[in-house]
Design a protein around this ligand. Structure first.
Ligand code: ADP
Length: 314
């Protein structure tokens, strides 16, 4: 092709690309979690008042922290601050990094049996030597506010009422708040962890989406993610998803959170490369994160109310 023609073609396509880009970048909206989380927290705050009026004590959440992982210390502090700001009672039990699985299990068992505790959660990651399969089953399902117990997973899978894991349940609420209805839409999930990917698939399926689930062995990831009208990314790889992975006008939910060498917080999605292409994207930080913690408070409240109802009924 003559050089001029090529240049003209380039100019044409690049200006058209730019035009599209401008059009979409004006339309790309950020799905901020904070206003939605604040609504949830305000509801919990009101429920706590009426709970205290009825039971003469606030709901109580116990966090079990094994070891001194710096990120875990920050996360548990954040959970404590939010719980206390709502008027809940909260304590963190810290066990040494070399605590044996038996000791941790016995500690959890004593919390299960303590009638004054409504919610228990084990901060992850646990030190090496713990089997996730075992740990999932230690907390009494009635107090399992992370909702990782097989009882909750099974009920969720079957579409029965259950406590729902905080991150995927928070994402469903985020979608709902911004008027994004999964029904009849193609939703692709990148990741199949028990904490995010799998429960996310159940929730989206229960909401009548057509679900594609990708994982480490998935061949041609981009082919599946480009199908997505709703793309949920929970792979734990900074910048895994870029402009080659997304469908124009879609919704992208970024569950990843990473700190770069220069101290920036980023997600699994290279946001700057897809802004202008997609219609909605959840920012990192400030998207899914606030929803997760708000949902934890909601689950703790639900657990407290359910337990007290069951205790007064028995
Ligand atoms: P999370 O807690 O966010 O769910 P995990 O580390 O437990 O994260 O799980 C990561 C998930 O992401 C796994 O299911 C894995 O198969 C998936 N995953 C990781 N890398 C890729 C990739 N390059 N392509 C597709 N899926 C991936």
């Amino acid at each position: 092709m003559p050089r001029l023609e090529l240049a003209a073609l380039f100019e044409y396509s690049s200006s058209e690309g730019c035009h599209l880009c401008l059009e979409w970048s004006e339309m790309t909206k950020l799905l901020y979690g904070k206003p939605v989380a604040d609504q949830v927290l305000n509801q919990v705050r009101a429920r706590i008042l009426s709970f205290v009026g009825q039971h003469y004590r606030p709901p109580r959440l116990t966090v079990v922290l094994v070891g001194e992982d710096p990120a875990s210390i920050i996360y548990t502090r954040r959970k404590r601050d939010v719980a206390l700001s709502l008027g809940m009672e909260q304590e963190t039990m810290t066990l040494p990094a070399n605590a044996s699985p038996t000791l941790v299990q016995e500690t959890i068992q004593s919390l299960n049996e303590n009638p004054h505790i409504d919610g228990i959660l084990i901060q992850r990651p646990l030190p090496k030597g713990f089997s996730e399969e075992d740990v999932l089953q230690w907390i009494d399902p009635a107090k399992d506010v992370d909702a990782f117990h097989p009882v909750h997973a099974g009920r969720l899978f079957l579409g029965l009422p259950a406590f729902r894991p905080c991150t995927p349940a928070g994402i469903m609420m985020l979608l709902d708040h911004y008027g994004i209805n999964p029904a009849g839409r193609v939703a692709t999930i990148v990741g199949r962890s028990s904490i995010v990917g799998k429960p996310m698939a159940s929730l989206l399926l229960n909401a009548n989406a057509t679900v594609i689930q990708c994982h480490r062995q998935t061949k041609n990831l981009a082919q599946h993610t480009r199908e997505a009208q709703i793309l949920i990314v929970a792979a734990g790889h900074a910048g895994l998803i870029d402009e080659s992975h997304v469908r124009q006008g879609s919704t992208v939910i970024d569950v990843g959170i990473h700190r770069t060498a220069d101290g920036k917080i980023v997600g699994d999605v290279a946001r700057d490369r897809i802004e202008g292409l997609v219609q909605y994207i959840s920012p990192v930080p400030g998207g899914v994160g606030p929803m997760t913690i708000a949902f934890l408070m909601k689950n703790t409240m639900d657990a407290a109310e359910l337990r007290m109802t069951q205790l007064s009924g028995s």
